[in-house]
Design a protein around this ligand. Structure first.
Ligand code: TXA
Ligand code: MG
Length: 324
């Protein structure tokens, strides 16, 4: 079983493990990450192995400073502007990789682009002390829900990792928003912790949506983020034996018959809902219900990313099974 240790007292241990080429689960503001030295191929291979993640699915490299980012990737004007505005924070930029850099090719799955993010808090301090970027996908088995608490990481990855650094529940609760600049225009590759509208305001133009050539962020395949129970979205009523994931002050029909009920936000606050999404799905999964009915959630602001994750959780499992 992985050891869970408080962030305040585990910096040195985490650092020693990373220097030795080991992997460590760490808190970030979005979700917990499974981190390894991005310049060490053996460490990166351990991340793929622990998650059971296909090697064609590239990882995000996390940096502590703009100088570290510029050593790794070429920044165009718009990407630099977004980095200045939203870093550190829940934004990932896909950028052309600088040739001859120190990032191990396993991180990018051989692509000539790299996904870069500057996290807040413990992760940033750890990267600064290590002096090298950290490759870190979400700290869950491939195809499962991203963890927002140290306990969720330990439950899922168990003896596949040694240390989980506990920084409490993550504040954002959803993975970062991933964007890429193409010919001066901004494309949204994954909705996430920064709402599309905020990026459009900063970029001064509407976002392009979806990948240009099919699946561009390979982790965006349909069935992903799946809990054990089946998920039914936009539920107007609750059937016998179902658990209910509620949102806002008004209940779906027959809500009183649900096996278990959790509300993402009683007041209908989308930020609060985002931070509760994965832990509530996991808790309802543990209720033993075979189906989780989810009340409709508006598509505005962070609602886009919430609906994105829910529709993946609700997608037919067969189509994505080979991907897990
Ligand atoms: O909030 C987050 O982003 C968390 C924390 C730990 O930082 N990380 C995270 O990583 O969600 P992961 O590996 O679960 O998701 C990264 C996504 C994947 O869908 C991957 O395919 C995509 O980023 N990605 C990575 N490199 C890419 C690239 N060069 N081009 C397009 N997509 C890329
Ligand atoms: Mg993930």
């Amino acid at each position: 079983m992985a050891e869970i240790r408080n962030a305040a007292e585990s910096m040195d241990e985490a650092l020693a493990l990373l220097k030795a080429g080991e992997i460590v689960a760490i808190p970030t503001e979005t979700v917990y990450g499974l981190a390894g030295d991005a310049t060490n191929g053996a460490a990166v291979a351990k991340i793929f192995e622990a998650k059971g993640r296909p090697r064609f699915n590239p990882l995000i490299a996390h940096v502590a400073t703009m100088a570290m980012a510029e050593e790794i990737a070429e920044f165009d004007q718009l990407s630099r502007k977004l980095a200045e505005k939203f870093w550190p924070g829940p934004l990932t930029l896909v950028l052309p990789l600088k040739p001859g850099g120190a990032i191990h090719p396993l991180v990018t799955a051989g692509l000539d682009t790299i996904a870069l993010r500057m996290p807040r808090g413990f992760g940033a301090r750890l990267i600064e002390r290590l002096g090298r970027p950290l490759a870190a996908p979400s700290a869950n088995s491939s195809g499962r829900i991203s963890p927002t608490t140290a306990a969720a990481v330990a439950d899922d990855l168990c003896d596949r990792i040694r240390l989980v650094v506990d920084g409490g529940a993550t504040s954002v609760g959803l993975e970062s928003t991933i964007v890429k600049v193409e010919d001066g225009k901004l494309r949204l590759l994954r909705p996430g912790g920064i709402a599309a509208g905020e990026l459009e305001a900063a970029a001064g133009a509407a976002l392009l949506r979806g990948a240009k050539n099919g699946v561009e962020a390979p982790g965006m395949l349909a069935s992903h983020y799946a809990p054990g129970a089946l998920v039914r979205i936009n539920a107007e009523d609750v059937a016998a034996g179902e658990a209910l994931l509620a949102f806002g002050p008004e209940r779906a029909r027959n809500a009183e018959g649900a096996v278990a009920v959790l509300n993402l936000s009683e007041t209908g606050d989308l930020r609060e809902a985002a931070s509760n999404l994965f832990s509530h799905l996991q808790a309802l999964d543990r209720s033993g219900a075979k189906m989780i009915a989810v009340e409709p959630i508006p598509y505005e602001g962070l609602g886009e990313a919430i609906n994105d994750r829910l529709s993946r959780a609700a997608a037919p499992r067969d189509s994505g099974a080979s991907y897990k």
